[in-house]
Design a protein around this ligand. Sequence first.
Ligand SMILES: Nc1ncnc2c1ncn2[C@@H]1O[C@H](COP(=O)(O)OP(=O)(O)OP(=O)(O)O)[C@@H](O)[C@H]1O
Ligand SMILES: [Mg+2]
Length: 504
Amino acid sequence: MTLELRGITKRFGPLVANDRISLTVNEGEILALLGENGAGKSTLMNVLYGLYQADEGEILLDGAPLKMSGPGDAMAAGIGMVHQHFMLVPVFTVAENVMLGNEATGFAGTLDLDAARQRVREISQRFGFDVDPDALVETLPVGVQQRVEIIKALSRDARVLVFDEPTAVLTPQETDELMEIMRQLRASGTAIVFISHKLREVRAIADRITVIRRGAVVGEASPTATNAELAALMVGRPVELTVHKEPAQPGPEAFVVKDLRVVDDTGHTHLDGISFSIARGEVLGVAGVQGNGQTELTEAIMGLQSHVRGSIRLGEHELVGKSVRKVLDAGVGFVPEDRQVDGLVGGFTIAENLMLNRSHGKPFVSAGTIRNGYLEEFAQTKLVEYDVRASGIQAKASQLSGGNQQKVVVARELSRDLSLLVAAQPTRGVDVGSIEFIHKQVVATRDAGVPVLLVSTELDEIVALSDRIMVLYRGQVVGIVPADTPRETLGLMMAGERPEGTAA
Ligand SMILES: Nc1ncnc2c1ncn2[C@@H]1O[C@H](COP(=O)(O)OP(=O)(O)OP(=O)(O)O)[C@@H](O)[C@H]1O
Ligand SMILES: [Mg+2]
């Protein structure tokens, strides 16, 4: 079986998202699609999945053109997709979700719930997934939700499976497991298209690599190419893959957290009395396996958690008990881990999103009216500085590619006077070129004398940017260690082991 995309062009108004793209993927093969944010990868895959209609070009399966008027046609042809942003219904069970897609698309093999349960069990068994058909999707960890998406596709006998940035939200262990699943799928003959900004993963799993830039194919690369070679091909220039920074010049302690406790509505403890401080001009990295209290820590600081005890002091301000607005007004910049929930308003333009939370005063508003001229100039500058690929500042946030959405959030948060920066997963879904830029901005923020709290599940990022590293495990601080601590030690700490020479 061979799937071929031939001369696909897709326009959004004047913007050419896909410009005569041709590629093929064969049975039992993993094709990686590499490209900058906004290069057109998701658009191309949405065309393949029937969500968008191509303006030109055709899709051929074993040489025969497919008629695609919706995802139903794609599914009927055996094409499945695991989306960049999941499309499951959170309040439904796994089996209901698997069934749902089938009836919604009018696909011939409509399943009843018992059959769907059975299907979930069969597929889980075949691939060694541990998925309960009756579990509510919203209660499942992200990695398991993704398996549900995979099961959903396989339940419709997908022979071609598209994974659009499947690892962006996974823990390292979940990533390893997904890689294994992809290898199994490949061995069973499935053709896979894999999209990721993590070059290491691409090199580890791809059989072939196709690189696209600004909507067009610029070439094929070998999985044996180096990270630097792949990065240069993607971005069209050499990229600095390592962060250059001067040693920190820490000033006085500016941000002090004491005995912080966070409990949720059900009484579950997420942070169990943690204490740390950050000096002006210092980056404290928070390392840990996802789900060990990192999210609750950033939310507690931002006033987004309701049951918080202890103290969070920023200079003269006590932040515990303050509203989000008050925390932001105290000069706290916040890059949230989920940009679509906490970072952006999809229906607003880029310009509007760049002044979000700042609409109550200078510099954007004076005497109750928005200073449009100022806003436009500001937005235009940020668009260029952060290399946001969009039709213009009036483009809606929801129309931006994932990585470009992230760049808008980071641009907004870093471009005001800060007394503290809280950055959670600041480069999630961002391409190598923009990672380089955002990393430089974080270092520049530090060097301007701002304390920085950096939360990331990418240990590379933590090590590259931090001056000290705090490891969280089950809501407690395992230790706070220098940034040059060996990775093995950090790894052990992330599993809950205290480093030698520190008290329990
Ligand atoms: N529905 C839409 N309306 C208008 N423009 C769109 C729409 N969807 C995508 N675009 C634009 O098409 C271009 C390609 O976007 P796409 O999402 O395909 O990029 P991508 O390669 O997947 O990037 P990323 O790595 O950031 O996910 C971008 O400039 C984007 O703003
Ligand atoms: Mg994308």
